[in-house]
Structures are given as C-alpha cells and as structure tokens.
Design a protein around this ligand. Structure first.
Ligand code: 13P
Length: 234
C-alpha cells in the first residue's frame, strides 16, 4: 500500500474537485488517496479519497486576519494538512521552527501533518543536500509525539520544473530521512517523494527503497493524469 497525495496548490474549483472524486470512485486500488486542496473545497464529500489542506496557522484562534486554524480545517472535513511546502518556505519565509509549530497545531486538532523538507538549487550546488534534509526533519517535526505524521521529500529545484533527481539521489535522501526518523523514535513514518511525478515515472520512483508514496502537484489536477499514478503501483 502506497500513499498517493495530490497537492492542488491554488488551482481548481469545487466542481473540478467533485469530478475528480467521482472519477476516483471507480479506481480499483488499495493505495491511500489524499487530495490537498484550497480551504474553500474542504467541505466537499470526498468518497474514497481523504482531503487535506495546504497550510495551517500556528495559532488556535484570535486576531490573525486571514489565517485558518487546525480546528477549523478539521471541522471543514480535512484529515491532513501540508506544512512547510517549498512554496510556503519560499514566498512566506517559513522556517523549520514555524513549520514545527504548524505541525504541532495540526496534531493537536487531530490532523495528520504532511511535513515537507527539501533542498534548493543553491543548497544542492553547495553540497548541502543531506545537511538540509536532516535538519529539516529534526527541526520541523515536533519532539516526543506519539501521533502519526507523514514526511514528504521535495527537492525544491525539481518542483514544477519537469526535473527529477536520479534514482540514487532519491534513494540516498529517503534512506537519510528514514534513519533520522528512526533515531527520533518515529520508525515507520511514511516518507513521500514529490517533484515532477507523473504517470510515466511514478512506478519507478515508488519502487525505490524507503519511498512510501508520492506527493503530486501538476499531475494531480486531472483524473487522466492522476489515476495512472495511483494505479501504477499496488
Ligand atoms: P509538481 O508535481 O508540479 O512538480 O509539484 C510538486 C509539489 O510541489 C507537490 O507538493
């Protein structure tokens, strides 16, 4: 069983989500299907899939105009929330410390956070990939938790770029993440790969050791692109 999660980013409509959910009803799979969609779509009946949000406030309520709390997200019907996505880190200056607070907020409301880590092109070229990944995992995941989290490795330079790391690079990153999680007492935490996943590379990527699923951006928006990814693996 793999976890196949879509990240719709700021795309789609409620009607398009309903169409996707209808299409997923006919997919014969044991894999776990998650769609992380804009807040305005979270109340839609999600059928065989589960819904997630894409960000959450670190606060639980109060004078924070424009923010949405974990409790509100849960109340709307979501089970998951992405925290620390590359685009949040890039455009909203989210640090590992902020991401950890968001993950804590999610957990306290009963949501499963999907915690994203990954290196930029500058960090990769400076030979810092492993250091960034390990500190991302150690600093973005709350300590002493006994609840489920999911980690997503997203090499930031590869997102939306049609680029993917080599099989060896993905294997090395995922082994480091799995080992780091084990040393934190979180052995068995699922680790997803994300960046330029599509139907043609999904099964190869998910056959790499320690890759427990994928987090898909652009190719999760249309059933014709997303369903082949879901059915590419058992
Ligand atoms: P793409 O699949 O479009 O590269 O996006 C990946 C991503 O950011 C998923 O969260």
């Amino acid at each position: 069983m793999k976890i196949i999660a879509g990240n719709w980013k700021m795309n789609g409509t409620r009607e398009k989500l309903k169409d996707m959910i209808t299409a997923l009803q006919n997919v014969d799979t044991e894999n776990k299907m998650i769609l992380c969609v804009p807040y305005t779509m979270l109340s839609i009946e999600s059928g065989k899939a589960s819904l997630g949000a894409q960000d959450v406030s670190t606060h639980d309520h109060g004078a924070y105009t424009g923010e949405v709390s974990a409790q509100m997200i849960a109340e709307a019907g979501a089970k998951y929330v992405i925290v620390g996505h590359s685009e949040r880190r890039q455009y909203h200056n989210e640090t590992n410390d902020i991401v950890r607070q968001k993950a804590e907020a999610a957990l306290s409301a009963g949501l499963t956070p999907i915690v994203c880590v990954g290196e930029t092109m500058d960090e990769k070229q400076a030979g810092k990939t492993m250091e960034i990944i390990e500190s991302g995992v150690r600093e973005s995941i709350p300590n002493d938790i006994d609840k489920a989290v999911i980690v997503a490795y997203e090499p930031r330079w590869a997102i939306g770029a049609g680029l993917t790391p080599t099989t060896e690079e993905i294997a090395e990153a995922h082994k480091l993440i799995a080992d780091t999680l084990t040393s934190m007492g979180l052995a068995g935490t699922p680790v997803l790969y994300g960046a330029s996943v599509k139907g043609s590379n999904a099964s190869e990527i998910m056959s790499i050791p320690n890759v427990d699923g994928v987090l898909v951006g652009g190719a999760s928006l249309k059933p014709d692109d997303f369903i082949p990814i879901i059915t590419s693996v058992k």
